[in-house]
Design a protein around this ligand. Structure first.
Ligand code: PLP
Length: 420
């Protein structure tokens, strides 16, 4: 068994993590740390969390054997952890429930969040509706334009979406604006962060809430392998895409002690690692401080954050959770990449071969699994975290694929004739 005790009391994962925040926020973070320490092991908190996951989210999500895909690859058996089947369509809701439950207990009736693609915004708006909490979501004005269905979802759920016009008008600008709001309204406001980033205790807390994914797999993997006639064991490799890193930490964390299981994070290499157009913070970044913690970030020689790119908005982030930085340095996890093109191919392949439309983010992990499977034996297994469903991405895919889809760019905005 691999020995692992992270983070330390100040939230350090080795030299990464920690808490870089203004004085006003130091108090709020201390308050949050104390509340989390109090409720983390509280049986009533845990009972309510499990209840919500079971009855509101629909957990446990199944582990599915992608039999046709495995056969066609001719190597390892590929299994998919179906986070796409969760209520709201991705893993993010696991975490927003946990944090909203803390907000209720801390007596904070107002929730703020930031969102890029809108997935975290929707998950936050959803749980705020469920708990009767006020919800304000900051979103770059570019993203508001690009992700209009999710903006409308948030409106339907009763949230206020605030477009942010500064900087590149995307996720990192929304994050700065949310921080500013929090400093101003810290008394009555809880800031729900959507990934394993930010100052301590967020990376640890979000990881803990998302760990339900890996915990379920520890039970499910031996069972399903036995059912299909394999040895009842843990997988040889666990794969997940890495944006901020929360779906990856959620499935990796319970597997860290299992040394025979490789942990592989798949970053978005966009148009290629050497193109300058990618979001591969762990492969091409260097240590620095971003959004309250020390981690690998994409920066230029002057420490300025560089522009990132990915076909999938959810992976388009210049940093990464500090625990991934640590796992990379100690060699417990490996970080690889898939390009836009490979992800898009895997997206179509999974649609047609397994009848599952994956999120473009998750398609990166699927793409790498397809390559890896071919190098392994049929008695070996790969577990892929299918972090979300692809309904949100069909417009992007239609624009890029120039296939004979009913909603080609040329017919956008017009009524759909024939079919469907
Ligand atoms: C947001 C999102 C991601 C990326 O975020 P992580 O924190 O890296 O998990 C991945 N997949 C889906 C479906 C998402 O919505």
């Amino acid at each position: 068994m691999f020995e692992y005790h992270q983070p330390d009391l100040s939230g350090h994962f080795g030299i990464y993590g920690g808490s870089f925040a203004s004085e006003t926020l130091t108090h709020a973070l201390e308050e949050l740390k104390a509340a989390y320490a109090k409720y983390q092991h509280d049986p009533e908190f845990q009972r309510e969390f499990r209840y919500e996951l079971a009855h509101f989210v629909g957990r446990p999500s199944p582990v599915y054997h992608a039999a046709r895909m495995s056969r066609e690859m001719g190597g390892a058996q590929i299994f998919l952890k179906r986070e796409d089947l969760n209520h709201t369509g991705a893993h993010k809701v696991n975490n927003t429930i946990g944090q909203a439950m803390l907000a209720k207990r801390m007596g904070k009736p107002r929730i703020i969040a930031e969102t890029g693609a809108g997935q975290h915004g929707v998950a936050t708006a959803t749980i705020c509706a469920r708990y009767g909490l006020e919800c304000v979501v900051y979103m770059g004005s570019e993203d508001v334009k690009r992700q209009s269905p999710n903006v409308y979802r948030m409106h339907l759920l009763g949230a206020k979406v605030v477009p942010v016009d500064s900087g590149s008008k995307t996720l990192k600008d929304a994050l700065n604006e949310a921080m500013r709001d929090w400093v101003t309204n810290v008394e009555n406001t809880f800031y729900i962060i959507g990934t394993v980033a930010g100052p301590h205790p967020y990376p640890m807390m979000v990881r803990d809430f998302q760990s339900v994914i890996g915990e379920e797999c520890l039970t499910q993997m031996p069972l399903i392998q036995e059912e299909i006639g394999m040895a009842p064991k843990q997988p040889d490799a666990v794969l997940a895409c890495v944006g901020g890193g929360s779906n990856a930490m959620g499935i990796f964390y319970p597997y860290i002690p299992y040394e025979n299981t490789r942990l592989i994070g798949v970053e978005a290499t966009g148009e290629g690692l050497d193109s300058g157009k990618h979001s591969a913070s762990l492969q091409r970044g260097s240590p620095g401080v971003l959004h309250g913690n020390r981690t690998y970030i994409l920066q230029d020689d002057n420490g300025q954050i560089t522009e990132t790119h990915s076909i999938s908005a959810g992976l388009d982030y210049p940093g990464v959770g500090p625990e991934h930085a640590f796992l990379k340095d100690i060699g417990r996890a490996e970080y690889v990449g898939c390009t836009d093109k490979e992800a898009l191919e895997a997206f179509h392949y999974l649609c047609r071969t397994e009848g599952i439309i994956p999120a473009l983010e998750s398609s990166h992990a699927v793409a790498y699994a397809m390559k890896l499977a071919k190098t392994m034996r049929p008695d070996q297994s790969i577990l892929v975290n299918l972090s979300g469903r692809g309904d949100k991405d069909i417009g992007t895919v239609a624009d890029l694929s120039n296939a004979e889809f009913f909603c080609r760019p040329s017919c956008r905005g017009q009524s759909v004739k024939g079919g469907l």
